[in-house]
Design a protein around this ligand. Structure first.
Ligand SMILES: Cc1cc2nc3c(=O)[nH]c(=O)nc-3n(C[C@H](O)[C@H](O)[C@H](O)COP(=O)(O)OP(=O)(O)OC[C@H]3O[C@@H](n4cnc5c(N)ncnc54)[C@H](O)[C@@H]3O)c2cc1C
Length: 335
C-alpha cells in the first residue's frame, strides 16, 4: 500500500472541510490490507465517502480509504439472489446496478451518498426501508490483528441509525464486503407519503422499482442540498424517541406537536419539527447554519471550520433541550 504523508482531506468529506491526515492510503485489496495490519503499529482511521462525518481537527492517524470494488451474485434462489458487494463501491452505483438487473430491495435507498462498506455502520435508511431489511452478512477485518470476521444480521445489533459498529466495535473493524438479499419479483414499498404523491402526479398506477427509484431521487433532490454545491452531511441529528408519558406531557404544552407512534410503544418526534420551532430553519451564523428547506441539515456556506459547525450543532441541541426538554443526538460522526 502506498502511504502518502500530510494529505488534505478537503475533497474526501462532503462538509468540504480542509483538515489533513498525517498519513493516507487507498485500500483496494483485502489480502494486502490483512498482511499490512499484521505488522502495522500506526493508529488507524477508516474513511468511506466522508458523507457522515464532521472533521473538527487533523487526523493524527493513517487514513484507510476504502476502495475495494466488485459486485457479484453469489447465490441464486427461486425468488431472490444474494449479492456480494465490495465495501468501497459507491452505494448509489450499486442501487443503479440492482435496478438495471431488475432486482428489488434497495430502490427506496436511492441517492444516499457514501460507500457500501459504511452502510451497515448506521444501518442506512430512507423512505420506509433500512439496510437491515435486506442484510445477510458482512466481512470485517479487525484493525488490531488483521483477523477476518463474519458478522450476520443478529451480530450487527442494527437499530435506528445504529449498529454495533457505532458502539463497542467503533473504529475497530474495517468492513471489506457486504452481502445483501435482493428480490427477483420485487414488491414495491410506497408507504412513505411523498413517494405515492409523486407517482400519483405522474399517473403511474403500477410502479416498478425504477419508478420508485426515480421518485425517491426527485424528492431527495428537491429537499436536500447537494454536497457538491453546499457542504453538508445530510441529517445532522437523529429523530428522538420518547416515552408515552413524556410525550403526553409535551402534547399538553404543544398541542400541534408532530409525532409517530412506534411499534416499541415509544413515540418518535421529527427532529426537524423541534428545530424549526426553535427558529433555526434557514438561520445562518457566520459560515454555517441550518438549511432553509430542511432544518435537520447543517450546511457549510463556504469557509466554515469543523469547530464552527460543531458549535452551531450544539446551539441547536441546547435550544431544543431548553424548549422541549428533549436532548437531540447527532447522527453524524463528530471527529
Ligand atoms: C446529502 C446527504 C444525504 C444523506 N441521506 C441519508 C439518508 O437518507 N439515510 C441515511 O441513513 N444516511 C444518509 N446520509 C448519511 C451518509 O450518506 C450515510 O451515513 C453513509 O452510509 C455514509 O457513508 P460514507 O462512505 O460516506 O461514510 P463515511 O462518512 O466515510 O464514514 C462514516 C463512519 O463510518 C466509518 N466507516 C466508513 N467506512 C467504513 C468501513 N468500510 N468499515 C468500517 N467503518 C467505516 C467511518 O470511520 C466513520 O466513522 C446522507 C448524507 C448526505 C451528505
Amino acid at each position: 500500500m502506498k502511504i502518502v504523508e500530510n494529505q488534505s482531506l478537503l475533497s474526501y468529506n462532503t462538509f468540504g472541510l480542509d483538515v489533513r491526515a498525517k498519513w493516507f492510503t487507498r485500500v483496494k485489496d483485502v489480502e494486502v490490507l490483512v498482511s499490512f495490519l499484521k505488522k502495522n503499529k500506526r493508529p488507524l482511521f477508516i474513511l468511506g465517502g466522508g458523507s457522515n462525518m464532521l472533521l473538527t481537527k487533523d487526523i493524527e492517524a493513517l487514513v484507510l480509504k476504502n476502495e475495494i470494488k466488485g459486485i457479484k451474485i453469489i447465490r441464486d434462489f427461486k425468488h431472490c439472489v444474494h449479492v456480494e458487494i465490495g465495501g468501497g463501491e459507491v452505494w448509489h452505483s450499486f442501487v443503479l446496478w440492482a435496478i438495471r438487473k431488475k432486482l428489488g430491495g434497495v430502490e427506496n435507498l436511492s441517492l444516499i451518498p457514501g460507500t457500501v462498506g459504511a452502510a451497515p455502520i448506521q444501518n442506512i435508511g430512507a423512505y420506509g426501508v433500512e439496510l437491515k431489511d435486506i442484510f445477510i452478512k458482512l466481512e470485517g477485518i479487525e484493525l488490531a490483528s488483521g483477523r477476518r470476521r463474519i458478522f450476520y444480521k443478529k451480530d450487527c445489533l442494527f437499530a435506528y441509525r445504529d449498529s454495533i459498529f457505532k458502539k463497542t466495535l467503533k473504529g475497530k473493524i474495517f468492513i471489506s464486503k457486504v452481502v445483501l438479499r435482493l428480490d427477483k419479483k420485487p414488491r414495491v414499498n410506497t408507504s412513505y407519503g411523498a413517494i405515492q404523491s409523486v407517482l400519483d402526479y405522474k399517473k403511474i398506477k403500477a410502479p416498478g422499482i425504477k419508478d420508485i427509484s426515480k421518485a425517491v431521487i426527485e424528492i431527495r433532490s428537491s429537499k436536500l442540498p447537494d454536497p457538491a454545491e453546499l457542504g453538508n452531511a445530510g441529517s445532522f441529528f437523529k429523530n428522538p424517541e420518547i416515552s408515552q408519558t413524556a410525550f403526553r406531557k409535551l402534547q399538553r404544552e404543544f398541542p400541534n406537536i408532530v409525532f409517530y407512534d412506534l411499534p416499541n410503544g415509544k413515540v418518535k418526534i421529527p427532529a426537524a419539527w423541534l428545530i424549526e420551532q426553535c427558529g433555526w430553519k434557514g438561520k445562518r451564523i457566520g459560515h454555517t447554519g441550518s438549511h432553509a428547506r430542511q432544518a435537520l441539515v447543517i450546511v457549510n456556506y463556504g469557509g466554515a471550520t469543523g469547530e464552527e459547525i460543531k458549535a452551531h450543532a450544539y446551539h441547536v441541541i441546547d435550544s431544543v433541550k431548553e424548549k422541549f426538554n428533549i436532548k437531540l443526538r447527532p447522527e453524524v460522526n463528530i471527529i
